[in-house]
Design a protein around this ligand. Structure first.
Ligand code: NAP
Length: 277
């Protein structure tokens, strides 16, 4: 397969119009003066496989994938990274020059890079982490925390069997905490992460009692609309180090951009501003 002179990439979803990824990649393409375009690709389910397989012929070197295709693309890929296999979903596709489709998941990488950037004193080994939620994003966050060396990750989810499944998949450094006990389990946690959709615009608030939060605990919310959720507001009042969810979105895009356009992009204040637009 020849390399296109104007490489294209995009975000595949149904819908895809809400995605901030075109603003993000567009910002980096302009910043580094690179040829290329990044576009939203709304593909209806009935056309998905045919349209997806046609992308390299149209000049696409890769794509991000969002709802509802994060699992489907794993079945179409020729090669799936270990972390995508572990998470059970892919968000970054690269169309290789050899014609092969590579699927990866960079959400966990994005989460941990954001944590390291906004809480530079964070130490994985410092103590247990408490994670609210057991959905797709929780799997990415959990795998990255365990990989970074967190000694114990407590998971609490409204639907307990989903948390039990995480323990079964990720091993005995994962402890399941009943949803009604979640407030107690944050007391000696050095890292607390919300991976539920609670606190997002249009969703109910996270109602877990937060009085156990201690000064110095690193508290992260992967919800980024609003940027400061109620969890982060309370955490700031209690002297915690707060990490909002926008940076995860920015950092998860770095490996894809580098693979497709040949330049490792920097995540800085201007990047945040471009996406907040
Ligand atoms: P998901 O797979 O649908 O999981 C949703 C999670 O939220 C589950 O744990 C679910 O619990 C919980 N939940 C939903 N409504 C609830 C309620 N009323 N009470 C208690 N728990 C509730 O979604 P996801 O893909 O993991 O995404 C979760 C959030 O992360 C979304 O807001 C998404 O926008 C955000 N996210 C952010 C980034 C980023 O880059 N910052 C990346 C990925 C996702 P049950 O299992 O009991 O339903």
């Amino acid at each position: 397969m020849t390399t296109p002179s104007i490489p294209l990439a995009g975000v595949i979803g149904w819908p895809a119009s809400h995605s901030r990824s075109p603003a993000l990649h567009g910002h980096w393409l302009r910043k580094y003066g690179l040829p290329g375009h990044y576009v939203p690709l709304e593909i209806a389910p009935e056309n998905f496989e045919a349209a997806f397989r046609m992308l390299p012929a149209l000049g696409f070197v890769g794509a991000n994938v969002t709802i509802p295709y994060k699992e489907t693309v794993m079945e179409l890929a020729d090669q799936v990274s270990d972390r995508a296999t572990l998470i059970g979903a892919a968000n970054t596709i690269t169309f290789g020059r050899d014609g092969r489709i590579h699927a990866d998941n960079t959400d966990g990488y994005g989460f941990i890079e954001n944590l390291r950037q906004l809480a530079p004193d964070w130490r994985a080994e410092a103590g247990p982490a408490m994670v609210f939620g057991a959905g797709g994003a929780a799997r990415a966050v959990l795998s990255s925390l365990l990989n970074a060396g967190v000694p114990e990750v407590r998971v609490s989810n409204r639907t307990r069997p989903r948390a039990e499944k995480l323990r079964a998949d990720f091993g005995n450094r994962v402890q399941v905490v009943d949803w009604v006990q979640a407030g107690n389990a944050i007391e000696d946690a050095t890292t607390v992460v919300n991976t539920t959709s609670l606190g997002m615009v249009g969703k109910p608030e996270l109602r877990v009692p937060l009085d156990g939060l201690r000064p110095g605990t690193v508290v992260s919310d992967i919800v980024y609309t609003p940027l400061e959720t109620q969890l982060l507001r309370v955490a700031a009042e209690q002297g915690c180090t707060c990490v909002d969810g926008l940076g995860m979105l920015l950092h998860q895009a770095v490996p894809g951009f580098e693979r497709w356009f040949g330049q490792r992009p920097e995540v800085d204040e201007a990047t945040r501003a471009a996406v907040l637009g």
